[in-house]
Design a protein around this ligand. Structure first.
Ligand SMILES: Nc1nc2c(c(=O)[nH]1)N[C@H]1C(S)=C(S)[C@@H](COP(=O)(O)O)O[C@H]1N2
Ligand SMILES: [Mo]
Length: 410
């Protein structure tokens, strides 16, 4: 692990090489997710903590660089210790160079299939009534490093996910002010960032980052245009001065550096809507392209970390977080034998809508030395449990099948 100028850990190579680690458990094709740092003896107790905490100064808490340009930084999931991820530990996922916007000059244009198109300034937006919303954001490519064979895209380990409290104005207020015309069906959110796509198929020139929401979803009060993250102005990397937050959906819907809202009378066929951030789905035997929306139920293990050495006969606390997008996590189960049998984990904080829940499990570590495959599997309120198998039609997105973390008991 080397340090670059900004002090961030560089271990992409290490992760990629670990992909080849052969596991002899039931899910051999799925690679253990790799934690960067051993949590060690002074593991902080998981607090049912809804308050904000100052970012700890330890280097272990720093973001992991996956890509420098554009900026793609991963939350160090092994350091999970609070419900809200401090801003300087929150993962960053950007497709183009980070735009440096001046809040004084920033303007948001609302136009398209509306009665009264208008432009609003930052100061004006700040004067509107705002709401606070806590939500877990997960990149749809989170966990991709585990896919075999390797999938295209940023090689996220477990940390393409974080949670924050956002403050902002409901998108619905701006839509109401503009007056939605009857033919409107979707609302496109466009960012100020732009660039060229490097993989085919692709448009010939530069495009902006843009995603749409069905009108129905766009009108829900909990879709907000956030100006604050965990009580501070949005950091530049997270969309300063204004970003959308679409709770319960994968991160791609929460458009950063928002500068335009375009109401459409038809479904949006943008690049990040149909080519990227879309998967295949089979219905009645027909495979069709489906856009990615709601986060799927998932439990991730923060402790132990990959290949951690654990003392035989000891008591060991396995823990992590689980989330389920627009619905609630109802159950997390643990297996220490590669999925042959499962025990319930304890859900350790009260459920907060759209927000991950901590879980923990006291493991009485066997006397028998050897390699153990630890798994966590979550179930949501709709009865969906995490699959044991990867659905290949999802290509490089929506990675929520059960992944083992292998440890050495010695
Ligand atoms: N304008 C813009 N918005 C964007 C993106 C982007 O590249 N440009 N990336 C999206 C993706 S894929 C994710 S996962 C989230 C990440 O938000 P974060 O960087 O604040 O964690 O932002 C989304 N919004
Ligand atoms: Mo993402």
């Amino acid at each position: 692990m080397s340090q670059n100028k900004s002090g961030v850990e560089e271990n992409e190579q290490q992760n990629i090489s670990r992909r080849g680690f052969v596991s002899n458990v039931a899910t051999a094709a799925m690679l253990p997710l790799l934690a960067q740092t051993k949590v060690g003896a002074q593991t902080p107790a998981l607090q049912p903590d809804r308050t904000l905490r100052p970012a700890p100064a330890q280097s272990a808490a720093k973001l992991i660089t996956r890509q420098r340009e554009p900026e793609n930084l991963e939350f160090n999931f092994a350091t999970l210790d609070s419900l809200l991820t401090p801003n300087d530990r929150f993962y960053v996922r950007s497709h183009f160079a980070t735009p440096n916007l001046d809040a004084e000059k920033w303007q948001l244009r609302v136009e398209g299939a509306v009665e009264r198109p208008f432009t609003i300034s930052y100061a004006e937006l700040q004067q509107m009534p705002s709401r606070k919303l806590q939500t877990t954001l997960e990149c749809a490519g989170n966990g991709r490093v585990a896919l075999v064979p390797p999938a295209n895209g940023v090689q996220w380990d477990q940390g393409g996910v974080s949670t924050a409290e956002w403050t902002g104005v409901s998108l619905s207020m701006l839509l109401a002010r503009a007056g939605i015309r009857p033919e409107a069906v979707e609302v496109v959110l466009e960012g100020a960032d732009s660039g060229e796509i490097k993989t085919t198929p692709r448009p010939a020139g530069a495009i902006h980052y843009a995603r749409s929401l069905p009108l129905e979803r766009a009108r829900q009060q909990d879709v907000i245009l956030a100006t604050k993250m965990n009580g501070s102005d949005l950091p530049v990397s997270h969309g300063f001065p204004v970003r959308a937050v679409v709770p319960g959906w994968y991160g791609m819907a929460s458009v950063k550096w928002l500068t335009r809202i375009l109401v459409l009378p038809s479904s949006f066929q943008g690049y990040f809507q149909t080519i990227d951030y879309a998967i295949w789905e089979r219905q009645e035997g027909v495979a069709r392209r489906v856009l990615i929306t709601s986060m799927q139920v998932k439990a991730s293990i923060a402790r132990p970390s990959f290949r951690e050495s654990i003392r035989a006969g000891s008591g060991y606390r396995i823990y992590g977080a689980a989330w389920a997008g627009e619905t609630a996590v109802t159950k997390v189960e643990i297996s220490i034998n590669g999925g042959q049998s499962w025990q319930p984990a304890r859900l350790s904080n009260l459920p907060v809508p759209y927000t991950w829940r901590f879980w923990e499990y006291e493991w009485r570590v066997p006397m028998q030395p050897g390699r153990y495959a630890i798994m966590a599997r979550a179930t949501d309120a709709k009865g969906n449990a995490q699959s044991m198998q990867r659905d290949a039609d999802r290509e490089n997105y929506m990675i929520n099948h059960v992944l083992p973390v292998e440890v050495e008991v010695a």
